[in-house]
Design a protein around this ligand. Structure first.
Ligand SMILES: NC(=O)c1ccc[n+]([C@@H]2O[C@H](COP(=O)([O-])OP(=O)(O)OC[C@H]3O[C@@H](n4cnc5c(N)ncnc54)[C@H](O)[C@@H]3O)[C@@H](O)[C@H]2O)c1
Length: 431
């Protein structure tokens, strides 16, 4: 075959391949519709292995096998991309139900937001293996019970409620439980609870046997709108928050807003502060929901909108090398307040956001806080807050990078001299 003939042959093959590709993708569309309808995961490693094995059997030229495997892998990657695009954000079974996909290459995962999805965990997660269910004493036991009932081999660890459980001794307890129960690389950990349980269980999953699958079923507003996605896991050490941890993305996140029915209203409001944060930096419509006092009635929408903001930021900067820092809006002063008061994390973030907004926006936020019962000021020693902030930022000298909001739905990052930051604390902390 000369060059001319070879090129003609390639053109013919490409024409046939284009037609075959269209046929294949039409079938992929049908698969996506089925998976969407039945809540099945997009990724199916066993099926992919079967496709490759079958493909290799059909190939006559052995020397081409590695190339063909690569070709099939690329084709399946495209199929998954199409499925994600078709399924992402679409409601599989009516209103109040959505599936987002955190697009992080091979660490991509689905986030399902649906009332009642905790009861469907058996079909949405792979629970046909050993599962360490991590929950805390404040989370109604019925939630972990519902999950355990759908697992083949559940192990349950119920830790004390509160930040104190994000510690090395409690982490050790979880790891020992897995070791004693003979957990292997193919088993998994599932958190059922708020951000404390999620951060702790996620870190345990990241470190056991150098990392096993992790599922998150968040049950507080804060964890549903924010902490359950993004892959930050950690425990505290020596009084320093989140100082020992890992980036470890979950394999899937199930968000069942029905679980919020039992959450005390103070916890709800504190969690909503993180959703408001997302709106202030990136979604003016979400802030409008707050201004109209509709967050309770439209909590599912609030959750989705906040998740969309976080998802986009994490996709752009998974490991917080830049953009992801905008999610720390309100946290610089907020963390300082958290260190010296007994306020909840979300309440401190709410306070921390106020000085970082323009005076006009601050004035618009105050009625929102009042409606939600969030503090607009706190009694504490401003100097102690200041000292904690500097310790947190390890920045006695040099500039501190902060996020500011001068227009709702957008942000700017500013390097502030520590001295310029100090008076801002007085806006929300009174001795
Ligand atoms: N990983 C991240 O990206 C990230 C982001 C923000 C915050 N966090 C972390 O999240 C933690 C705070 O999370 P949180 O606000 O969810 O607190 P939390 O986990 O302590 O939960 C708050 C309280 O609510 C109880 N609870 C949980 N679900 C309940 C339910 N459905 N009904 C009744 N009670 C329930 C818990 O027992 C607990 O007492 C902090 O440790 C913070 O550092 C992590």
């Amino acid at each position: 075959m000369d060059l001319q003939q070879a090129r003609e042959e390639i053109r013919r093959a490409d024409r046939e391949m284009a037609a075959l590709f269209e046929r294949r993708m039409a079938a992929v569309r049908a698969v996506a519709a089925y998976k969407n309808e039945h809540g099945l995961p997009i990724e199916d490693k066993a099926q992919e292995a079967r496709v490759i094995a079958r493909g290799c059997e059909q190939l006559k030229d052995e020397a081409l096998r590695p190339y063909y495997v690569r070709f099939l892998q690329d084709t399946m990657e495209l199929s998954k991309q199409l499925q994600r695009q078709l399924i992402s954000g679409r409601s599989p079974s009516g209103a109040g139900s959505a599936r987002l996909t955190m697009e992080l290459g091979e660490r991509s995962y689905d986030i399902i937001v649906r009332r009642g999805c905790l009861q469907e965990a058996g079909s949405l997660l792979n629970l046909d293996r050993k599962v360490l269910i991590v929950t805390d004493e404040g989370v109604p036991a019925a939630y972990a019970d519902a999950l355990a009932a759908q697992c083949r081999a559940p192990q349950r660890c119920t830790v004390a409620q509160g930040e104190g459980s994000k510690s090395l001794p409690v982490l050790e307890r979880l790891l020992e439980m897995m070791l004693q129960a003979g957990f292997t690389r193919s088993d998994c950990v599932c958190a059922v609870g708020g951000g404390v349980v999620g951060d702790l269980a996620g870190f345990a999953a990241s470190s056991y046997m150098r990392g096993i699958d992790f599922y998150n079923i968040p049950t507080t507003v804060l964890s549903q709108v924010d902490s359950a996605i993004g892959g930050k896991t950690a425990v505290n050490l020596g009084g320093v928050k989140n100082i020992v941890g890992a980036f470890w993305q979950p394999k899937r996140v199930l968000i069942d807003p029905d679980t919020l029915k039992t959450l005390p209203s103070r916890q709800r409001s504190a969690g909503l502060a993180e959703a408001l944060k997302a709106g202030l930096i990136a979604d003016a419509q979400l802030v409008s929901l707050f201004e109209r006092g509709e967050t309770e009635a439209r909590i599912d929408e609030v959750i989705l909108a906040a998740l969309r903001v976080k998802k986009a930021v994490v996709e752009a900067d998974e490991r917080e090398s830049g953009l992801r820092k905008i999610l720390n809006f309100g946290h610089t002063i907020g963390h300082g307040i958290e260190s010296v008061t007994g306020l909840l994390h979300g309440e401190c973030v709410a306070l921390g956001m106020l000085p970082m907004c323009s005076p006009e926006i601050r004035a618009r936020l105050l009625p929102i806080y009042e409606t939600l019962g969030l503090p607009t000021q706190v009694r504490a020693d401003p100097e102690a807050v200041w000292a904690a902030l500097l310790h947190d930022k390890k920045a006695h000298e040099g500039a501190i990078s902060v996020v500011r909001v001068n227009e709702i739905g957008s942000y700017c990052i500013e390097d502030m001299a520590p001295a310029a930051l100090r008076p801002l604390i007085d806006l929300v902390v009174r001795p």
